[in-house]
Design a protein around this ligand. Structure first.
Ligand SMILES: Cc1cc2nc3c(=O)[nH]c(=O)nc-3n(C[C@H](O)[C@H](O)[C@H](O)COP(=O)(O)OP(=O)(O)OC[C@H]3O[C@@H](n4cnc5c(N)ncnc54)[C@H](O)[C@@H]3O)c2cc1C
Ligand code: FES
Ligand code: FES
Length: 493
């Protein structure tokens, strides 16, 4: 087994011998002596450590064709660069990729984002600035390759994962507007070789840490059985925080990032099916305008950096009682597929969660896919995230509602909450109070009462049990108002 991790750093090929569970930030600022990438929070929140990761689009297109996926993850151009947080990204995750840091953006001239930031007086401290430049460069590269013009909302979304506490965001947003108005800007990396030559390796190991990269679901399931104690890693936005915070060791890792079936997106007339290793950014793009309320929620899910790396399967696998994915998807009626040595089984998402961080997943199994039914013309769906901050915050309560109505009468209802129990919870008794009724004041009152008996929320520093219950009750009322006026939540800018 090789000891080398192979990738390009600012265009230059690297064959690095290092424990694969070392964070990219630690390597950059240590061994690579590239100190432009800063460490702020070290847990994915502040964006000071943002870097760009380039993926070979041709390889993605080939994999899509081979698997028969109905939606391709391929964009125009040879590479797609996306901003990620290097403090929670491990070196193993770089294998086969092109890494760009703030030192590598500049060619003979400043990158247009750097120039616009300088000309516009957009920063003062130099600590957050490199991360902001990297995030905006990711956006500018997307605009240049797709020919789209980012609006202010997208610029704000892009900056939600970058904290600046001194200059204020106005001059930063103005710099971004300038670059976007000029058509964006590609990331000009001349690689000293081809990504084709450093295709992701099956495995590598150094100093007691081994990293496996299966390519197919069959290989993944076989490895789960072979290494039952191994850590299953998707994007690492949950696991990477624990790694960085507690300096834990990952001795045996199986990555899902290159498993073809887990990267697939399929769409047909009645559903979307996402492989478990599809990122939230890819989910957001794939669903288009089909679930406007879910789109609003996903634009508030972490930050661009987190959505570029975090996956739909990882969010379910982590089984957090305060995660956003599970309640939102249970409310929609999602089903998941688990794959193991004895084949696959499907179950409603709500049945996956058994108790606090306990799930249906057997030790030899993985989450293979998540299927979301499309809404029919007689269905309405809303999901609401209540958190202390609008962007980049964890939910205190997340509530999702879907009703089917015929002639104004509810014939089917699904309600799910996060932050209201030890697990993401569907409230089936409460749903029953809606059936056969119109969504009027009396029905809402009965529903609020039912929620109080069916839920026993937790108290923590985000909110007391009493507060959470009132919020959950008020959300059903908000849902009824939204449906009466068919108001879709407006993004706060
Ligand atoms: C700054 C920050 C902001 C965040 N904001 C939000 C937010 O707004 N809302 C929210 O819900 N979450 C948020 N998160 C949490 C996290 O980003 C999500 O839960 C994300 O979807 C996790 O996906 P991942 O691929 O990174 O998972 P990983 O960290 O790779 O894995 C998480 C868990 O899932 C397991 N797992 C991964 N893939 C599979 C699989 N195929 N089968 C079985 N188990 C699997 C892993 O073993 C691990 O236990 C945030 C995290 C950070 C650091
Ligand atoms: S150091 Fe704050 S996001 Fe990485
Ligand atoms: S310029 Fe660094 S905190 Fe604002």
């Amino acid at each position: 087994m090789t000891q080398m991790i192979r990738f390009f750093l600012n265009g230059h090929r690297q064959d690095v011998q290092i424990r694969p569970d070392t964070t990219v930030l630690e390597w950059l600022r240590g061994e690579a002596r590239l100190k432009g990438t800063k460490e702020g929070c070290a847990e994915g929140d502040c964006g000071a450590c943002s870097v760009l990761i380039g993926t070979d689009m041709d390889a993605i297109a080939q994999a899509d064709t081979a698997s028969g996926a109905t939606q391709s993850n391929k964009d125009d151009g040879a590479f797609r660069y996306r901003a990620v947080n290097s403090c929670i990204l491990t070196m193993g995750q770089l294998d086969g990729k092109a890494l760009v840091t703030v030192e590598g953006l500049k060619t003979t001239q400043l990158h247009p984002v750097q120039a616009a930031m300088a000309e516009n007086g957009s920063s003062q401290c130099g600590f957050c600035t490199p991360g902001i430049v990297m995030s905006l460069s990711g956006l500018a590269a997307d605009c240049a390759s797709t020919g789209t013009k980012a609006d202010d909302q997208l610029i704000h979304d892009t900056l939600a994962g970058n904290l600046c506490r001194c200059t204020g965001y106005r001059p930063i947003v103005e710099a971004a507007r300038k670059v976007i108005a000029e058509g964006g800007a590609p990331v000009a990396q001349l690689l000293s070789g081809s990504l084709q030559d450093i295709r992701p390796q099956a495995d590598f190991s150094h100093n007691g840490s081994t990293y496996h990269q299966p390519q197919t679901l069959k290989e993944l399931v076989e490895m789960r059985a072979q290494y039952p104690q191994s850590l299953l890693l998707a994007g690492g936005t949950d696991l990477g925080v624990a790694l960085a915070d507690y300096h834990s060791d990952w001795d045996e890792v199986i990555s899902t990032a290159h498993v073809r079936e887990l990267r697939e997106i399929r769409e047909d007339a009645t559903s979307f099916r996402f492989g478990a290793a599809v990122t939230w950014a890819e989910v957001l793009k794939a669903i288009g305008n089909h679930y406007p309320s879910l789109t609003v929620l996903l634009r508030r899910f972490g930050s661009v950096q987190i959505r570029n790396q975090g996956t739909i399967g990882g969010n379910i696998g982590t089984a957090s009682p305060i995660g956003d994915g599970a309640p939102a998807l249970i409310g929609l009626g999602a089903e998941i597929e688990l794959a193991g040595s004895n084949g696959s089984r499907a179950l409603p998402l709500e049945d996956f969660f058994l108790d606090y961080r306990k799930t249906e997943l057997r030790s030899d199994e993985v989450i293979a896919s998540v299927t979301l039914p499309k809404l029919t013309v007689i269905q309405n769906y809303r999901v609401y995230k209540i958190s202390k901050r609008y962007d980049q915050d964890i939910s205190t309560v997340c509530g999702a509602f879907r009703v089917t109505r015929e002639n104004g009468i509810i014939t089917d209802a699904r309600i799910a909450f996060g932050g209201m129990a030890a697990i993401p919870k569907r409230v089936k008794s409460t749903e029953q109070t809606l059936i056969g009724k119109a969504l009027d004041e009396a029905t809402v009152a009965a529903c609020k009462q039912a929620i109080a008996t069916e839920l026993n929320p937790l108290s923590d520093w985000r909110g007391s049990a009493e507060y959470r219950l009132i919020v959950a009750q008020n959300l059903i009322e908000r849902f009824s108002h939204d449906l009466a006026g068919e108001v879709v939540e407006v993004m706060a800018l």
